[in-house]
Design a binder for this molecule. Structure first.
Ligand SMILES: [Zn+2]
Length: 194
């Protein structure tokens, strides 16, 4: 058989696939590697603070895509208009208070390094998004949930400003994890649009 679709691979990951697809994945190194990536992606998502995926996920995504041309990386925390739903979600976001060890480099330096990394990933995401294929519903839901969380983190970042470098650093770490996950999801779509 042909390589399974992203959705079929996600079904394998979640233990609900057909025997045929499962058998293909067992035999195919390419698909096994892709499956391993999806497992890592899920684990990374589980490690993030909880947020309910919004209803009407696909509609929201299509609207967002229509707006993509005028989007000058509007998710940048520099100055984003925040939707009401996102403002509500901010209340649900937990910022961990007890970081384990203090960083070995000065916190301001760390923050600026994290900010650089975050900007760099924004560019990677923009590029990967522009090549992303047609999305299945489930992937669309994942993307919308991730973008919502990203908007929530960005809203936090704007509120914190430059007064609390440790909190800013923590938020930037969350932001980097989210953008990484988004890049992963889009990259998966690109590779599997046969
Ligand atoms: Zn395969």
């Amino acid at each position: 058989m042909q390589h399974p679709t992203t959705e079929q691979l996600l079904a394998v990951r979640d233990g609900v696939s057909t025997i045929e697809v499962r058998a293909h994945v067992d035999e195919c190194a390419t698909c096994r590697a892709e499956l391993a990536r999806f497992v890592r992606m899920r684990d990374a998502l589980r490690a993030l603070p909880d947020a309910e995926p919004p209803p009407g996920a696909l509609d929201a995504l299509l609207t967002a895509r229509a707006a993509a041309s005028r989007r000058a990386r509007s998710r940048r925390y520099a100055g984003v208009a925040v939707a009401a739903s996102v403002v509500m979600a901010v209340a649900l976001l937990v910022v961990p208070h007890n970081r384990p060890a203090p960083p070995l480099i000065p916190v301001d330096t760390e923050v600026s390094l994290l900010a650089e990394r975050s900007d760099e990933l924004d560019r990677v995401l923009a590029s990967v998004e522009s090549h992303s294929g047609i999305l299945d519903l489930r992937t669309a839901g994942t993307i919308v949930a991730l973008e919502d969380r990203l908007a929530t983190v960005d809203a936090h970042l704007r509120r914190v400003g430059t007064n609390e470098p440790r909190t800013t650093g923590e938020l930037l770490r969350q932001r980097i994890a989210l953008v990484n996950a988004l890049v992963d999801v889009h990259a998966a779509q690109t590779q599997y649009s046969f």
